[in-house]
Structure formats: structure tokens, C-alpha cells
Design a protein around this ligand. Structure first.
Ligand SMILES: [Zn+2]
Length: 215
């Protein structure tokens, strides 16, 4: 374990040392590319726990804990700069979407709310309103292709089995409108201090397309 942390730290140190000699734009682009490089290097490793065949759920649990020890060990050597997010993203819980990959940005300029089907409830609206009061200037309300929650809501047989999920999906548009109508949000939208974007993510490619909402 300790050896693996040292190897990870050495790789990060070399990459960081090389990167600092570059312009800010080049560092940002190469950093984003390296996020994808990291995903690519891990993507083909099919065994979840790498060294075993996870005979039971406890082995999966143990593997998550071990991976955290490893990741946190490297991270402690390279502390991150605290930043206040300028963007809040609402994203479905679908595992195929990774928000850092989505924007090629590992800095902490993004709040992320992940819910089934990107469906918001009043507590998330409160949180978004608080985030805007604290400096967020853009909210991205995203949905995505091949969404399991949307499929349930569109299937008459499954609608009865998952009534709470279906209700949340059915109410999404109305809740999104309620967010924009909150007085402090509406005021910032009018003055241009806040932008709300409705986006559709292609789950396979991460490409985001702006959706007209007819507002
Ligand atoms: Zn989804």
C-alpha cells in the first residue's frame, strides 16, 4: 500500500513539475487531457477489486475502503486549493457521467447535485439558492440520454412499482421553473448576475447541448 502511494505521488510530482513550465491555458488543457488519460488507464481494468474476484459484498466494501486509503494517501501529499464554486450543476446519478470529465476541469469551481433523473426537491432548491447567494453565477440543469429514471417514468408497468421516482420525474419541469421563479434567483436572472442553462448530455460522448425551454 505504502509503495503504491509513493509511486502515485511520484507520477503526480513529475507531471506537476512539467506542467508548471507551461502557460495557464496549456496547463488547463493538458490537465484536462490527463484526467481523460487517468480514466483511460483505469477503464479496461474490469475486476472491481483488481486482485480478487469479490466473492461477496464485503469484498467490494473492503476494496472501496482500500482504494480510498490509497487515493487519500496520494492526495495528502498534494493538497488542493480551496475555491468558491462559480457553477452549480444538477446531474443524474448515472455512473456513466463524470462531472470532471464532462468539463475537463478538476478545480473546485463546481457544486454538483446528483439525483435520480436530475429531479430536484425543495431542499435542493434551497441549497441552490444558498449557493447563488454565496457567489454561484451559473446553474446548469442537465438531463441525459438513456436515462434509467426516464425509462421507468415512460413504462406503464414500472410506473406503479417506483411511484416516488416517477412522481419526481413527472414534476421535474415544474420544479425547475420554481427555482427560476424564486425571488432572489429571478432578480439575479433579470440583471444578468445569474445564468441558468438547460442542458442535455449525450451519455456516450459527454457532449452537452442547450435545450430550449420556451420560457
Ligand atoms: Zn439518468
Amino acid at each position: 500500500m505504502h509503495k503504491r502511494i509513493l509511486v502515485g505521488a511520484a507520477v503526480v510530482a513529475v507531471a506537476a513539475g512539467l506542467g508548471l513550465a507551461l502557460s495557464p491555458n496549456a496547463q488547463f488543457v493538458i490537465g484536462g487531457a490527463m484526467v481523460n488519460l487517468g480514466f483511460r488507464m483505469q477503464d479496461h481494468l474490469e475486476a472491481f477489486d483488481l486482485d480478487h474476484n469479490h466473492p461477496d459484498s464485503k469484498a467490494v466494501y473492503d476494496s472501496v475502503v482500500q482504494h480510498n486509503h490509497l487515493a487519500a494517501g496520494v492526495r495528502q501529499l498534494f493538497p488542493r486549493t480551496p475555491r468558491h464554486p462559480l457553477v452549480a450543476m444538477v446531474v443524474c446519478m448515472d455512473a456513466r457521467i463524470d462531472t470532471e470529465e464532462l468539463v475537463g476541469d478538476t478545480r473546485k469551481y463546481y457544486y454538483v447535485i446528483r439525483t435520480a433523473g436530475s429531479a430536484l426537491a425543495d431542499k435542493e432548491l434551497d441549497m441552490l439558492e444558498l449557493a447563488v447567494a454565496n457567489g454561484v453565477e451559473t446553474i446548469l440543469l442537465t438531463r441525459h440520454t438513456d436515462c434509467a429514471a426516464e425509462k421507468v417514468a415512460a413504462n406503464p408497468q414500472l410506473r406503479g412499482r417506483y411511484p416516488h421516482l416517477v412522481a419526481a420525474i413527472d414534476q421535474r419541469d415544474a420544479i425547475d421553473k420554481a427555482l427560476a421563479a424564486r425571488p432572489s434567483i429571478a432578480q439575479k436572472l433579470r440583471t444578468g448576475a445569474l445564468t441558468i442553462g438547460h442542458m442535455h448530455i449525450d451519455t456516450a460522448t459527454d457532449a452537452m447541448t442547450e435545450v430550449a425551454t420556451g420560457k
